[in-house]
Write a protein that binds this ligand. Sequence first.
Ligand code: ADP
Ligand code: ASP
Ligand code: MG
Length: 412
Amino acid sequence: MALIVQKYGGTSVGTTERIKDVAARVKKARAKGDDIIVVVSAMSGETNRLIGLAEEMTGNPEGREFDVVVSTGEQVTIGLLAMALTGIDCPATSLTGWQIPIETEGFYNAARVKAISDKRIKAEFAKGRVVIVAGFQGVGCGGDIMTLGRGGSDTTAVALAAALKADLCEIYTDVDGVFTTDPGVCKDARKLEKISYDEMLEMASLGAKVLQTRSVEFAKKYKVPLMVRSSFNDSSGTMVSEEDQDMEKVMVSGITYNKNEAKISVVRVPDRPGIAARLFRPLTESGVNVDMIVQNISHDAHTDLTFTVAKGDYKRAIELVRSEAKEFEAEDVLGDLDIAKISIVGAGMRSHAGVASMMFETLAEAEINVQMISTSEIKISCVIDEAKTEEAVRILHAAFELGKDDVKEESV
Ligand code: ADP
Ligand code: ASP
Ligand code: MG
């Protein structure tokens, strides 16, 4: 007998009809004799609605009470799915994060999973019941409800699969799997049969929202076999697993974009030891994550420093940097919210040259200016004008021959 974790996202449980479809799918899996844990998100649009209510109340909500409000969507879905399963003679028990408990730590609104007890879940299995778990939520050491950040139900599912040593974790969503790029932006995007944990980690953290980044970190760390597939059909999906030789042969696996960053430039900073430390320390201390950083070559003992932060942190970050920059007499601090980060990802970049130059040439031909560049072993990212995002995704997708019609028989 196997243990399977299935996770259904917002669109997959968007209406009571959809929840009945999910129940039928769960019953079918259960009929094979396996133990099943089902993790569900809030019904589509519900988390946004709850955030909207919190914003109406306080303008810029965060912290403990925000989590009390936004975690409720998932509780509705677990109850409804349990009713639907009971209605088709498939005994099921719904459980919230604190009933299990899923212990969390760190910050409200962006908590991390620390430990998961298997006691209650195993007791339900022993009674022959399917266990339905509310995604996105856990309980902190003080007993408070905490949420795991947007898209956090993916992490609930993978963390449960890791804790209970599940044989498979299936992420059911509204597309057929992981694509070469967002299928919502590029019609030509092609579904990948498989992708390595490392590539998926880069794609998720660089903007492909099909999996929350933390969920891929968990899957990689605990080697959880992860399958992304559609809840709307029976197609085979994408397997996320350890890298194999086929994956290395592929130069570029995918293209991602992220419109959620903003750029801050400190102009003519004195170029001497300790300045960067002083600039970034207040940001770290107030929980602002800095992503890309570029420092120019020094001219007459001065240099320019540019970096990016999440749009949500922009206001706080620029205020902190302005007050610091004033002290060491930087000429100016400039901000730009209209940027996007475009990235290409592929394990094969380790062994193939020329990927970066092809990316730059393709963007140049379309007269898209590259404002910042950063690279790792398996990715290259460029900051460009936000208005050019979709165009850049499409031309790069075509240039790297990632589309449906481009697949060649021989490996690259
Ligand atoms: P769920 O509600 O099931 O968690 P999400 O909306 O969080 O679903 O994630 C699925 C969406 O991710 C897709 O509808 C698609 O538009 C988007 N997406 C972005 N990049 C990719 C990609 N490379 N492959 C597949 N989907 C992607
Ligand atoms: N409901 C939460 C969200 O919309 C968590 C999730 O769907 O994964 O972000
Ligand atoms: Mg999601």
